[in-house]
Design a protein around this ligand. Structure first.
Ligand SMILES: Nc1nc2c(c(=O)[nH]1)N[C@H]1C(S)=C(S)[C@@H](COP(=O)(O)O)O[C@H]1N2
Ligand SMILES: [Mo]
Length: 163
């Protein structure tokens, strides 16, 4: 009986405070089954971009530094820019954390040649390593809520959407 009728807001806070497993590897899987695995050192060695975002959850401005997701997809052989035509607009990008939290973006919205804003795989926050958020965190500049920012990011899958 004690567990019943838990207010939604309490349940949500509990989800956020669940023990997290820090991400140490990032696997990028294409729909052809190709996998690119990056260590924190691999990501650190790639050209970075900084983004300043307002975290509506913490009500604070945050500066993340990371690698544009499109650059990582390009390394994995995913078509971008003018190559995205026709059915390729039905491509999804699924990002998952070590806790199996998952979010969906579309290929077109993470491609700066098509859509505004930045989606990056961050490894630094305000000049420091992410620490409890693992080695990798997905961050987007166009979302009003940070719900699609994935802490402890460990997998990115490129999927064909076939309704
Ligand atoms: N891995 C993981 N990332 C996640 C979540 C989660 O449960 N697991 N929750 C999301 C939601 S709903 C929000 S509001 C923000 C909250 O992030 P914070 O608790 O680090 O401020 O993280 C997002 N990223
Ligand atoms: Mo949230």
């Amino acid at each position: 009986m004690l567990c019943e009728a838990r207010p939604a807001v309490v349940a949500q806070q509990m989800q956020h405070s669940a023990p997290s497993v820090p991400s140490t590897r990032l696997n990028i899987r294409t729909y052809e089954g190709k996998t690119l695995t990056l260590s924190p050192e691999d990501l650190a060695a790639l050209p970075h971009k900084s983004v300043v975002v307002f975290n509506a959850h913490t009500k604070a401005s945050e500066t993340y530094s990371g690698v544009p997701l499109a650059d990582l997809l390009s390394k994995a052989g995913v078509p971008l820019g003018e190559s995205v035509r026709g059915r390729l607009f039905m491509t999804g990008i699924v990002a998952e954390g070590t806790d199996n939290y998952g979010v969906l973006y579309s290929l077109a919205e993470v491609d700066p040649a098509i859509h505004t804003g930045d989606v990056i795989v961050a490894d630094m926050l305000d000049g420091k390593k992410l620490d409890k958020d693992g080695a990798f965190k997905m961050v987007s500049t166009e979302d009003r809520r940070p719900a699609r920012w994935v802490r402890n990011l460990t997998a990115i899958s490129v999927v064909k959407v076939e309704p």
